[in-house]
Design a protein around this ligand. Structure first.
Ligand code: SAH
Length: 360
């Protein structure tokens, strides 16, 4: 048993079973043993690869989008450029580099990274050391300075804990993590029947609720309505709320048992875009999309960008660019292609005109 599993087992022995949401929060964010707190999980040698790590084209197009969003919002100055969950800092580095072609944007913004992991903060600091802009860190988006904000979130919302409710004969009951007689962690159900969930479904059906993601979305949307700006959210997920469980644990590019080694595998859930869009609209914000990542990147000109890079590349580099283009925009094979599995949604001040990437 790893130390986090021992700690969780002891907590359960003392306080009783914990919710899946609480378990996920400990696995990902426990200050000492949490998955993101202690490691750099990205890249071929890590557990998974994200779009900014595949190619600079991704961050460059997002940078062009961000400066365009700023211009369409009336070029406010000062403004904040905020990234949620910046990983290695690669996306922000590409965004700031490409923004040199929009000096007025670069002058207006101050850069804020929302990151809980000290390990990843240190890597981000290194990556951005020569970016030409001072960078500051916050643990919570609510702690960033007020003012018009342009907020980027790639693969952030999928890392937030979810709740599961399972349909039983008496009604919906929340999934808990408890102890099996062997002393191992085991899933179980709360005794309590959730009467607020009034969804008809067959016994055994699961509802996944992203309460934390919805709360963060409500807070950001309220800020954008109050102060102006836009949020760009890119993640894998589904466009209609539906029954089912999308919780997955991934280590070394393979699926593993989420209870086997807490803190050693990445725990994620697919993003419920419809629920996040409802939360944003309820706060008075405008929602654009979701569209597929392929649609978004092609509309922003990834083909032209890839061609420009190929034109000054060696044969080997040209192959790598073609390969990255295929991974980012391909749609056939969801294990390799991100183009259809990943969706892009923007949340903005209600007066924002329709933005590039979202025209259908
Ligand atoms: N955007 C990056 C990394 C995605 S992984 C990329 O595309 O490569 C998720 C990131 O979110 C990590 O940086 C992780 O440490 C951070 N994170 C996870 N939960 C968080 C939370 N509750 N608050 C702030 N950051 C969080």
């Amino acid at each position: 048993m790893n130390p986090l599993k021992q700690e969780i087992a002891a907590t359960i022995a003392h306080d009783g079973p914990m919710t899946l949401e609480h378990y996920m929060a400990l696995c990902l964010g426990h200050p000492r043993y949490g998955y993101y707190m202690t490691r750099d999980p990205f890249g071929a040698a890590g557990d998974f690869v994200t779009a900014p790590e595949i190619s600079q084209m991704f961050g460059e197009l997002i940078g062009v989008w961000a400066s365009e969003a700023w211009r369409m919002a009336g070029s406010p100055s000062p403004a904040q450029l905020i990234e949620l969950g910046p990983g290695r800092g690669t996306l922000m580095s590409d965004v700031l580099r490409v923004s040199r072609i929009s000096p007025a944007f670069l002058d207006a913004i101050s850069v804020h990274l929302v990151e809980t992991s000290p390990t990843l903060r240190a890597i981000q600091q290194q990556t951005l050391a020569n970016s030409g802009k001072p960078v500051s860190w916050n643990a919570d988006v609510n702690d960033t300075p007020p003012g018009p904000a342009f907020i980027l979130a790639n693969e952030f919302f999928d890392a937030l804990p979810v709740r599961h409710y399972v349909k039983t004969i008496p009604g919906w009951r929340e999934r808990l993590v408890g102890l099996a007689p062997s002393g191992e962690l085991a899933f179980g159900l709360s005794e309590h029947v959730e009467t607020s969930l009034n969804v008809p479904a067959r016994e055994g059906s699961i509802i996944e609720v992203s309460a934390i993601a919805q709360r963060i979305m409500s807070e950001i949307a309220a800020r954008l309505v109050r102060e102006g700006g836009a949020l760009l959210l890119i993640d894998y997920g589904y466009t209609e709320t539906s029954l089912g469980d999308s919780l997955q644990a991934i280590a070394k590019h393979a699926y593993v048992d989420p209870l086997a080694a807490p803190g050693e595998a990445d725990l994620t859930a697919h993003v419920d875009f419809a629920a996040l869009a409802r939360a944003a609209r309820a706060a008075g914000a405008k929602v654009m999309g979701p569209v597929t990542q392929a649609h978004f990147l092609v509309q922003l000109g990834i083909e032209r960008r890839a061609q420009a890079l190929v034109n000054r590349a060696t044969e080997e580099q040209a192959q790598a660019i073609a390969d990255a283009f295929d991974r980012l925009t391909g749609t056939q094979d969801p294990r390799r292609h991100m183009g259809a599995l990943f969706k892009v949604m923007a949340v903005t001040h209600p007066d924002m005109p329709d933005m590039p990437g979202f025209i259908v």
